[in-house]
Design a binder for this molecule. Structure first.
Ligand code: ZN
Length: 500
């Protein structure tokens, strides 16, 4: 280790320790903390966020980074150290433009905002959330403006934070392809909605048994219970302290069998990624994986593996043994058709693989309108309804199942949604590559997921964010990002499934 890098270490360690504590607090807020804790805990979060800020944004670190950027110093660094420096510089640039007091006040506000959103959503009262959203948007615009270069578009800046290299220009092209190919496909499938029956999935399914099966299937796809835990929350999510402590949540419905199963496979995909980051990179600034790549892995596990006929061949009997009353008469064929049924719906997190990207398209267009000034916070409920009608042919009855459904805006995550669609497209690109280079479906039929998992770990997971997403994708598949694979995947799959 070079002398300069060694000098940087104590700062990195302190920042990591504070951030780990903040992650743990946020996990606790989402899972176990009592409802009334929010305002008081927000104060702790605000203060710790201030500490996290100063642990990185200070003259000593700035000086060290300036030195470390120089060619001579770079020569003495290992590849991982270079990646850590590069990621830290990016983080520093994002943070230093923002005054510490503002950052601290924002963090305190943000810690409360989610609770207000959750209550407004339960009560179907958009008017209670609107002022918070307004303030959140102002903060995000203000912070982006602090960081923007002259003339730089603020929304582009935020998009680039979540997925480097993706701005409105790239996304407009991407989504116009989706519109062109997927909307007609959705219409064809919707016209044959009676072809597939899902009703048996909505019978009565004991929650304790669901929990047991979900634990089994998480382990089956590769979730390591020695390095991870599963808890419950309103919406399933993944968080991690480091690669030896990865936490996922799930949510169970007594009258729905497949929601929890696919949530746990999805979150396991995220978790397997985090568990696969190399020990040299975990707990460093080079482990903050881009959202698009992260989502590519969760959706790879959920859809490409989890909804595959071959995946269920060795384990469907096991599922039937948990619910013999409900499933003994249901064949594997019928089950696999049911879990792949596509139809226009209102809720993104419950939507199927085919219509999913249209939910994202809607959010993307709304965010573009919010940032360009074409729409205001007040307009959103109506705009939301219009776009659902236009693209999916359905209209929410209220705001709970409309504009209030997602937590992202309450978290200040503007520019985040497109990474879900980018992730789905990356997953499809990886799938076609892997299919060509290994007997993918045969492995699934044998219940042998190890080879597939090892491939993903060795080509993607272990690198954390040491390499940019698009570079990793190219190194793995030999090709730049290519949305055609995603369109091909959906077209082939649904043409076959619905006999179109
Ligand atoms: Zn996800």
């Amino acid at each position: 280790m070079s002398k300069l890098f060694n000098e940087l270490m104590p700062y990195l360690e302190k920042s990591m320790a504070i951030d780990t504590a903040l992650t743990l607090l946020s996990w606790d807020t989402e899972t176990l903390a009592p409802q009334d804790a929010a305002d008081y805990t927000a104060k702790v979060v605000g203060l710790l966020s201030g500490e996290s800020f100063s642990s990185i944004v200070n003259d000593d670190v700035k000086k060290l980074l300036k030195e470390l950027e120089k060619e001579k110093a770079q020569k003495e660094l290992s590849e991982n150290e270079k990646a850590i420096v590069r990621n830290l510089i990016r983080k520093m640039q994002q943070m230093e433009a923002i005054p510490k007091e503002d950052y601290q006040a924002y963090s305190e506000f943000a810690a409360k905002a989610q609770g207000i959103w959750a209550r407004a959503k339960r009560a179907d009262r958009y008017e209670d959330f609107a002022p918070v959203l307004e303030k959140m948007l102002d903060y995000q615009k203000k912070f982006a403006a602090c960081r923007a270069k002259k003339g730089e578009d603020l929304y582009n800046l935020l998009l680039n934070d979540y997925e480097e290299g993706f701005t409105k220009k790239e996304l407009d092209i991407f989504f116009s392809k989706i519109k062109e190919s997927i909307i007609p496909l959705v219409k064809q499938v919707a016209a044959k909605s009676n072809a597939i029956d899902r009703s048996f999935l909505y019978g009565h399914y004991d929650i304790e048994k669901q929990k047991e099966f979900c634990r089994y299937i998480a382990g089956y796809v590769g979730f390591d219970f020695n390095r991870g835990v599963i808890a419950e929350s309103e919406h399933p999510f993944t968080t991690n302290l480091h690669n030896h402590d990865v936490r996922i949540t799930n949510h169970f419905h007594e009258d729905n069998l497949d929601s929890a199963i696919f949530s746990v496979i999805h979150e396991s995909g995220h978790a397997i990624y985090e568990m696969g980051v190399s020990d040299e990179l975990t707990q460093t600034p080079a482990c903050n994986i881009s959202m698009g790549m992260h989502e590519s892995q969760s959706r790879f596990f959920e859809n490409i593996i989890g909804r595959n006929h071959a995946f269920w061949e060795p384990i469907y009997k096991k599922l039937v043994s948990y619910f013999p009353e409900q499933l003994s008469d249901i064949s594997l064929e019928t089950f696999v058709h049911a879990i792949n049924k596509a139809e226009p719906s209102l809720i993104r997190t419950e939507s199927d693989e085919l219509t999913y990207s249209l939910h994202i398209l809607i959010r993307y267009e709304i965010e573009c309108a919010l940032f360009s000034g074409k729409a205001t916070v007040k307009d959103l409920p109506e705009l939301w309804k219009q776009k659902y009608k236009e693209y999916l042919g359905v209209t929410p009855k209220n705001d709970t199942e409309g504009v209030l459904q997602d937590v992202h805006w309450a978290m200040g995550s503007f520019g985040y949604f497109p990474s879900y669609a980018i992730g789905s497209a990356i997953a499809a690109q990886l799938y076609y590559y892997m299919k060509e280079h290994m007997p993918f479906e045969d492995y699934l039929k044998e219940g042998n997921l190890t080879v597939i998992r090892d491939f993903l770990r060795d080509h993607i997971h272990k690198y954390g964010s040491a390499k940019p997403t698009m570079e990793l994708l190219k190194a793995t598949t030999g090709e730049e990002f290519n949305a055609e694979y995603y369109i091909r995947y959906l077209t082939e799959k649904y043409t076959k499934l619905y006999d179109l």
